[in-house]
Write a protein that binds this ligand. Structure first.
Ligand code: AMP
Length: 199
């Protein structure tokens, strides 16, 4: 099983590139943002609680996110791979993810950080906000989402870099070009894994 963590600031293209990876490699795309939005849409009590955080641009508490993400992930234990889009978002979540996956023999194979300059991020996300239908795509909330990213998620880069596992990919180029670079990195590792198994 080949599991990928994909993280980056709002507007970096995580969802789009996860979709591309999923189509080509058959990996299951798990977006915590999407899972949480689906729960909000259902209008349950838990959905109502989740919306209080999402609609303000804050992180949803770990116990809720972990429970919902794992419920989804375990449905796909037989898939060739999983793409974690938007999870982890804190070092604590990264440690929890690692522990839970390792216990189930589903290790993380690759960590990709998608990097885009701040001005470009604003341009993309403000453009998208016109018709995204997302309750958190409003200027004030977008600002908070960026702040949350810088304060809570950015330390993850150092965390994975120190482990020698961080693959940094620029997300500034057109979607096709960014995907080309992502795919090269995945293929390199997939081929490497194949060779290790042969030995
Ligand atoms: P996204 O679709 O990835 O931009 O996520 C939208 C919102 O969902 C975020 O602003 C958070 O409020 C919430 N969210 C998504 N992933 C996580 C996570 N790993 N931990 C906590 N909250 C999250």
């Amino acid at each position: 099983m080949f599991n990928i963590i994909l993280f980056g600031p709002p507007g970096a293209g995580k969802g789009t590139q996860s979709g591309n990876i999923s189509r080509e490699f058959g990996f299951v795309h798990l977006s915590t943002g999407q899972i949480l939005r689906n729960l909000i849409r259902r209008g349950t009590a838990s959905g109502e609680l989740i919306s209080k955080f999402v609609d303000r641009g804050y992180l949803v508490p770990d116990d809720i996110v972990l429970r919902e993400l794992f419920r989804e992930a375990l449905k796909h234990k037989k898939s060739p791979g999983l793409i974690f889009d938007g999870f982890p978002r804190t070092v604590h979540q990264a440690v929890m993810l690692e522990n839970l996956l390792e216990k189930r023999d589903m290790p993380v194979s690759m960590v990709i950080s998608l990097d885009v300059e701040q001005d470009e991020l604003y341009r993309r996300i403000m453009g998208r906000s016109v018709d995204s239908g997302r309750s958190d795509d409003h200027e004030e909330v977008i600002r908070q989402r960026f702040m949350t990213y810088e304060e809570e998620t950015l330390p993850l880069k150092e965390f994975y870099r120190n482990q020698g596992r961080l693959v940094e990919i620029s997300g500034m180029a057109p979607v096709k070009e960014v995907y080309h670079n992502i795919r090269e990195q995945i293929l390199q590792r997939l081929n490497g894994e194949g060779r290790e198994e042969e030995q």
